[in-house]
Design a protein around this ligand. Structure first.
Ligand SMILES: [Zn+2]
Ligand SMILES: [Zn+2]
Length: 143
């Protein structure tokens, strides 16, 4: 049997300094960055890094299950490197996403579940963050 990383038929992940920089940026990152955010952060250290490298690396990490791709933000794909299952709270204005670590004990009835075996759930909360609500109030005053 082949080693796990080769199953997809892809080459093993080569740890180039550029990729290391991407991993380091993602490690412990809770800002749910887009590929462009990652690019902007990493290019400071590697000015020759191309966006394609970042994009392909993110895609590869996604394929390997090391980051989750979030579809919350309709403008751009966002990535979540937090491996612990969690829920999200999203600001509807600036699209800031924060993690919510709580077990809501959500359950489905047998009828709803049908022949599915449930493996998890994810809840998105929507709101307005402090920065945005302050901005809102300021704009109100200036009207
Ligand atoms: Zn906001
Ligand atoms: Zn998250």
């Amino acid at each position: 049997m082949k080693k796990k990383l080769n199953v997809s038929g892809k080459k093993r992940m080569k740890l180039t300094p550029q990729r290391m920089a991407i991993f380091e940026y993602l490690d412990g990152n809770r800002s749910h960055p887009s590929a462009n955010d990652v690019y902007k952060a990493v290019i400071e250290r590697f000015p020759t890094m191309s966006f394609a490298t970042v994009y392909n690396t993110m895609d590869m990490l996604k394929t390997k299950g090391m980051v989750l791709e979030l579809s919350i933000d309709p403008d751009k794909k966002r990535f979540d490197p937090n491996p612990v299952p969690h829920h999200h709270l999203i600001c509807v204005h600036c699209k800031k996403i924060v993690d919510v670590h709580r077990d809501f004990s959500l359950d489905l009835s047998e009828e709803e579940r049908g022949d599915y075996e449930i493996i998890g759930n994810h809840v998105d909360f929507y709101g307005v963050c402090k920065t945005c609500s302050k901005k809102d109030r300021k704009e109100e005053r200036e009207k």
